[in-house]
Design a protein around this ligand. Structure first.
Ligand code: ASP
Length: 322
């Protein structure tokens, strides 16, 4: 089987074959999700816990729907009213939940690396739903599925990722994925929002939208991650929109059939003009949301299969020992 991972912590550790196997399975779930009856039993009997230490709309809702459609028992931990507020550490919270025998733990945390740390302490499959500015693997996978369905392939495309690259986990996961699938990635944004080592990432870096978008197949816009900024990174939102906000004039530099993406939440009039976000001929933003449920179903199913195989192997080793 192509998908070998025990956890889904980032795109960095996945091979192109593993990425393709998630996307192929997700394609089937897109079909299932368009039926009246959307149930499958792939996770039946398993317990999924969602722990979100940062705000989320799309990711949390789609992980919950994905788990329920596959028959898992899904619990959303209400972090705001949990003992985290009484000073319990992330690891202690994780160990407490681990004692309840979950099978899948979906975690979002403001600190880069926190989800990997937690994965070392528990006996179940862990999915990273976004850790600081580090990675957001299911976002990159759903973006890839959206692109593959719109363009028919993931290789030899030119993809411009624009805006606040420095603070974006979406950018990092997408750069890993699109490079592994042999597409050309351009990063476009002001120098204050560009990581200082971006030029070493195997991407092209642009400070001007007209140049960066020239002949692009895909234009991916990012939100200004103000929650991760500790100072003034832009002169004003108005000035930022003028230079880096996607409007019809800037989009005209991309290919005529270029698609426009945004992971959400969007700030209209800051990084994207509302008319473009709503243009059904260019914007695939709602498709991204739809693909999000299918990709999360696929990822959880593949991890559950590996978890079951792992447990069966351990059980048989134990019986040999006995
Ligand atoms: N929803 C995405 C994330 O969690 C993008 C964003 O918040 O701007 O990283």
């Amino acid at each position: 089987m192509a998908f070998r991972a025990r956890h889904l912590l980032g795109i960095e550790g996945l091979g192109p074959d593993e990425i393709t196997s998630v996307l192929d399975l997700a394609d089937n779930y897109v079909d299932l999700n368009r039926q009246d009856v959307k149930h499958d039993t792939a996770l039946s009997g398993l317990t999924q816990i969602n722990m979100f230490f940062e705000n989320s709309t799309r990711t949390q809702a789609s992980f919950e729907i994905a788990g329920k459609r596959l028959g898992a028992d899904v619990m959303n931990m209400a972090v705001d009213s949990s003992s985290v507020k009484k000073g319990e550490t992330l690891i202690d919270t994780a160990l407490t939940l681990n004692a309840m025998h979950p099978d899948l733990l979906v975690v979002r945390h403001p600190h880069s690396g926190a989800v990997s740390l937690l994965a070392q302490k528990v006996n179940c499959a862990v999915l990273n739903a976004g850790d600081g500015r580090h990675e957001h693997p299911t976002q990159a996978l759903l973006d890839a599925l959206t692109i593959r369905r719109a363009k028919g392939r993931l290789h030899r495309l030119t993809i411009a990722i624009c805006g606040d690259i420095a603070h974006s986990r979406v950018a990092r996961s997408n750069i890993w994925l699109l490079s592994k699938m042999e597409s050309r990635v351009r990063l476009v944004g002001p120098p204050t929002l560009m990581p200082s080592d971006a030029a070493d990432w195997g991407v092209e870096v642009y400070g001007d939208m007209a140049e960066g978008l020239k002949d692009a197949d895909v234009v991916m816009m990012l939100r200004l991650q103000k929650e991760r900024m500790d100072g003034g990174f832009i002169p004003s939102e108005r000035e930022y929109f003028h230079r880096f906000g996607l409007d019809p004039a800037k989009l005209a530099h991309a290919k005529d059939d270029a698609i426009v993406m945004h992971p959400g939440p969007m700030n209209r009039g800051v990084e994207i003009d509302g008319t473009i976000a709503d243009d059904i001929n260019r914007s695939v933003i709602q498709d991204q949301v739809e693909m999000g449920v299918a990709v999360r179903m696929a990822a959880m199913r593949l991890l559950a299969e590996n978890l079951r195989a792992d447990r069966a192997e351990k059980a048989s080793l134990k019986s040999v020992d006995a």
